[in-house]
Design a protein. Structure first.
Length: 259
């Protein structure tokens, strides 16, 4: 898949792809076209056995400042209900491989929803996170009201959604929205280093472990524990598990193949 002007794809790191949102004049607003390209790129990464982890970032001043206001202005209720963006967002959230967000600058509205769709968020110390849609007399429409309470709790989510108030990077880290807080210049290098470490693991184990953690948000505890156990049992019969045990015993680096 070729680069487009608004989404840059760096494939030079072997098992890790680096995707960069690239609409600087629009503050990386998430247009329908950009979301479609991102969803298609992630689908390509998922279908490529050589890719084991993806890092998603934006610019130094703005990760993504929300939806495209020009598109939003022209939407009525019928258009919003039939919006193809819903399918693009669902595809992004279904991405089966580890997805890391490297966030600098403003991460607002759809940008914050995109970060929450990632598995791990690494943030620079100058980043800010928010759901300011209420200021335009609308509300989050791509998961903000559902994902945010699960990550930061109901009271803080209500403050952000109803008040349109952002969190600093430090506040977002303390609240659990951000996994690691680093100096801004180290955001992408740290995300890439973590991605490289993750990419060394068994891709089969990575996929099943990601599914199990996400299931914790969807299933009652008993069902989630059963789901986890089925994944564990499946991995016990895998070639990668045999290789992992052999490599541990032989004190060497394992060679995982995803089977």
């Amino acid at each position: 898949m070729a680069d487009t002007d608004d989404l840059l794809i760096d494939r030079t790191r072997g098992a890790v792809w680096l995707l960069t949102l690239n609409r600087p004049t629009a503050r990386n607003a998430l247009s329908t076209a950009l979301l479609a390209r991102l969803a298609a790129t992630l689908a390509a990464a998922e279908g490529d056995e050589a890719v084991r982890c993806v890092v998603l970032t934006g610019g130094p001043e703005v990760f993504a400042a929300g939806a495209d206001i020009g598109e939003l202005a022209g939407k009525d209720e019928a258009a919003a209900l039939a919006d193809p963006r819903v399918l693009h967002w669902a595809a992004i959230r279904r991405f089966a491989k580890p997805l890391i967000a490297a966030v600098n600058g403003y991460c607002l509205g759809g940008g914050n929803e995109l970060a929450m769709a990632c598995d791990i968020v690494i943030a620079g110390d100058g980043a800010s996170f928010g759901q300011p849609e209420i200021n335009l007399a609308v509300m989050p429409g791509a998961g903000g009201t559902q994902l945010l309470p699960r990550l930061v709790g109901r009271p803080l989510a209500m403050k952000m959604v109803l008040g349109g108030l952002p969190l600093s990077a430090a506040e977002a880290h303390a609240a659990g929205l951000v996994a690691e807080l680093v100096p801004a210049a180290e955001t992408i290098p740290r995300a890439l280093a973590l991605a490289a470490r993750i990419a060394e693991k068994s891709p089969l184990a990575l996929g099943l472990a990601k599914q199990a953690v996400l299931a914790a948000y969807e299933m009652p505890l008993a069902e989630g524990l059963a789901f986890e156990r089925r994944g564990f049992a499946r991995l016990c019969g895998s070639a990668d598990k045999a290789e992992g045990i052999a490599a541990f015993r032989e004190k060497r680096k394992p060679r995982f193949v995803g089977r």
